[in-house]
Design a protein around this ligand. Structure first.
Ligand SMILES: C[S@@+](CC[C@H](N)C(=O)[O-])C[C@H]1O[C@@H](n2cnc3c(N)ncnc32)[C@H](O)[C@@H]1O
Length: 263
């Protein structure tokens, strides 16, 4: 096996092993997921037809169906993850509104009717190379209606480094890029724009949450000896506040727009 194939296999095994964690399969930091979902709920227009790349437990699509009356399709390459999401969808009686299918990126599905919105939430980071990430992003217009939106929430090295500069100033160790991810560079994503498919908005979508949880709460815990907990009170407060303060947090949001008039 060459090194890319080996890495692809190791990452896939990582996701397979996370299936038993259920709703925590995306990340044990459920407040982070809450911040990301709140952002998606705010920016996906009500009644949209939505596709999620790497839908995991299916929770984001369930919330979009319940709160925004969206018609949703999710795809994921781990059969256990697809079954988990299907069971969650069935349990809340949304089988007619949310469909979950098995599919492996970077190839894109070809047999789906076009969507108003495509979303990815920390999924494209699991692709093994910049080439595969660029291939998916540049293929998204084929899945969108004219005027359609691609809401991309993915990890960046830029945001991780900004967080680590503050952690170092506070005497804390740096947080490493997750071994199973290839974090984006903001500049490389900008360079992948193409005629008819442009970034119309960029946001530091988890900035305040990361600053308060990973710098301030981490410093307090280091000083008092208290164990770090994802659900610490300060983290809960941070997750409920507007996030557009500073440029912290690896997760950023890009709003890509396909040229054309929405119907
Ligand atoms: C971090 S989880 C996020 C799940 C969900 N988007 C959420 O916000 O909770 C990433 C998901 O992407 C899926 N995934 C990773 N690489 C993939 C690929 N090449 N093709 C399809 N799905 C993939 C994983 O199985 C996992 O369920």
């Amino acid at each position: 096996m060459d090194s890319l194939a080996q890495r692809r296999h190791t990452i896939r095994t990582f996701w397979e092993e996370r299936v038993p964690l259920g709703m925590l399969s995306g990340t044990p930091d459920f407040l982070l997921t809450q911040v990301e979902q709140a952002y998606l709920l705010e920016h996906v227009p009500a009644g949209s037809r939505v596709l999620e790349l790497g839908s995991g437990s299916g929770h984001t699509l369930i919330r979009l169906a319940q709160k925004r009356q969206c018609e949703c399709v999710g795809l994921d390459y781990i059969p256990g993850m697809v079954q988990l999401a299907q069971a969650q969808v069935q349990a809340v009686g949304l089988s007619g509104q949310v469909r979950i299918m098995a599919h492996t990126l970077p190839a894109l599905p070809e047999d789906l009717s076009p969507f108003d919105v495509v979303i990815s939430n920390r999924c494209l980071n699991s692709l093994v190379s910049a080439e595969e990430q660029q291939q998916v992003i540049q293929g998204i217009p084929s899945l969108l209606k004219p005027g359609g939106l691609f809401l991309m929430l993915e990890n960046t090295l830029d945001g991780l480094e900004a967080t680590n500069r503050m952690r170092q100033a506070a005497g804390l160790d740096s947080i490493e890029e997750a071994w199973h991810s290839r974090f984006f560079r903001v500049a490389e994503v900008e360079a992948w724009q193409q005629p008819g498919f442009r970034i119309e908005h960029f946001a530091h979508v988890t900035s305040l949450y990361y600053f308060l949880s990973r710098v301030i709460n981490a410093s307090l815990c280091a000083q008092t000896g208290e164990a770090l907990a994802y659900d610490a009170r300060i983290n809960q407060i941070a997750a409920a506040l507007p996030q557009q303060v500073g440029d912290f947090g690896p997760v950023k949001a890009w709003h890509w727009r396909k040229q054309g008039q929405t119907a």
